[in-house]
Ligand binder design. Structure first.
Ligand code: HEM
Length: 442
């Protein structure tokens, strides 16, 4: 008979002290703290002040939480961290039985039907924005990529670009939200309700994205589709979610936010990683040149960008989201541990992707590990999460990044300046603190 142990028998992560728990260790070096958790065993408890999380480093247990036993876990603690963006009930916090059918309907459009159109727009945006980069003079590549991601996110959801000042405000707001999200996720909820300057900035940034989501969609856009489909009172199909305006605004703002910091950080890290491996960089851009044969990059070329896409997967392995959370809705056993209802769990793609037992030579940037193998295979690779809450924008992000990078690389030779000076900033993902580059026309 299989035995299970009580949660109280699970040890705390190293560095646990009375009252504050693991807060000092986590606060000092969050990334090193997360990456070191595997050394403490398959499962540990993490105390952060009054909050306690369970962390599994075994991918099979994580897969159980996200996929096999997903109906026993909620994501409603998300309201604490992102409440001002979504306001009330919303995609991010719907319980399993309402989330699943809603996501199935969204998936058809967001993850499949509209992706080629999003890829084409991303190529167009890259041509326009990168076309204005200064030649031969240093510029902030990270900010330029942030701007491009905001343009891509607006094009994908709203079906059109916004005027410069508004698009820049969208980009800044998404970064503000991302910068504060991890702390809000892990610290006690009451802290995020205090009238602190950081909390006020967070609320203002959420309000800006909500106002953009309310007012700017083009006729044939994804947002109009969402509005029409989910406002339809005649829609009696199984699991149909009837949206209020408030709900639509929250979900649209979530989607707008979801694709900006994540995508721009990944593209910035992509250039940084290539700057550390010039020979590989040459091969990536030679592949783009040979696939396009000197023609303008188009959707038909995408399947030929194999090394470029492998390099993107590898970038997402080394630089994914830091953490996401779940809460057990009922008592449930995972990885041999009985988790009482209300237990909070922490999943860390960052830590899992750097575990040498799961990825040999984990700190080495080696895109070839993805050639000839599907990047989604295996439960240890979680850049977009897994299960019914897997990223709604996974295919969109990959298409936008591949096309944008191919366009940039086919017209510019980008050289990162002082690549050794970059440090990782913890936001929703990690991002390079400042990435300066010089671009020369090919
Ligand atoms: C490199 C880019 C991206 C990364 C690394 C990323 C990562 C993730 C991860 C890990 C999750 C799962 C969180 C969880 O299980 O709690 C997620 C969810 C989500 N992502 Fe992304 N994401 C990216 C791009 C995008 C884009 C382009 C969009 C725009 C549609 C987007 C929209 C969302 C939404 C709406 C959810 C919540 C889905 C739900 O709860 O049903 N993401 N993302």
């Amino acid at each position: 008979m299989e035995t299970s142990r009580p949660l109280a028998a699970v040890p705390f992560a190293p560095g646990h002290v009375p009252v504050l728990g693991n807060l000092p260790a986590f606060g000092r070096r969050p990334l090193a703290f997360l990456a070191g958790l595997r050394l403490a065993g398959d499962v540990v408890r993490i105390g952060l002040g009054t909050r306690e999380f369970v962390y599994f480093s075994d991918p099979a247990a994580v897969h159980d939480v996200l996929v096999n036993q997903a109906e026993s876990f909620a994501n409603d603690a998300f309201l604490d961290r992102i409440g001002p963006l979504i306001q009330d009930e919303a995609l991010l916090v719907l319980p399993y039985e309402r989330h699943l059918p809603y996501r199935r309907r969204l998936n058809a459009q967001f993850r499949h039907a509209r992706v080629p159109e999003m890829a084409a727009r991303a190529a167009e945006n890259a041509r326009e924005l990168a076309g204005g980069w200064p030649e031969g003079r240093p510029f902030r590549l990270d900010l330029a990529l942030l701007r491009l991601s905001a343009a891509n996110s607006c094009s994908a959801l709203l079906g059109r670009r916004l005027p410069d000042a508004e698009e820049e405000a969208v980009a800044r707001s998404a970064m503000t939200i991302g910068a504060l999200l991890t702390a809000r996720a892990m610290l006690p909820a009451w802290l995020s309700r205090l009238p602190l300057p950081a909390n006020r900035r967070f609320v203002r940034a959420c309000e800006l994205l909500r106002s953009v989501a309310r007012g700017h969609a083009a006729e044939d856009s994804l947002l109009r589709w969402l509005d029409a489909t989910l406002h339809d009172p005649a829609d009696g199909s199984a699991g149909a979610e009837q949206l209020t305006d408030e709900r639509l605004t929250g979900d649209a703002a979530t989607v707008l936010f979801g694709g900006i910091e994540t995508v721009s950080s990944a593209m910035a890290w992509f250039f940084w990683e290539l700057s550390q491996a010039p020979e590989l960089a040459g091969q990536v851009w030679d592949e783009v040149a040979s696939v396009t044969g000197g023609h303008q990059v188009s959707g038909g070329h995408r399947s030929g960008f194999r090394l470029l896409e492998a390099a993107l997967w590898e970038t997402l392995r080394l630089h994914p989201g830091i953490v996401f959370t779940r809460r057990a809705e009922r008592e449930v056993t995972v990885g041999g541990v009985r988790l009482p209802a209300g237990t909070e769990l922490l999943v860390s793609p960052y830590a899992m992707h750097r575990d040498p037992a799961l990825f040999p030579r984990p700190d080495e940037f080696d895109p070839r590990r993805w050639l000839g193998r599907t990047a989604s295979a295996g439960h240890a690779f979680l850049p977009f999460g897994a299960g019914h809450r897997k990223c709604l924008g996974d295919n969109q992000a990959m298409a936008q990044m591949t096309m944008s990078l191919a366009v940039i690389g086919s017209s510019w030779r980008v050289e990162v300046r002082e690549p050794g000076q970059v440090s990782e900033v913890v936001a929703a993902t990690t991002r390079p603190d400042r990435l300066e580059a010089v671009a020369c026309r090919r």
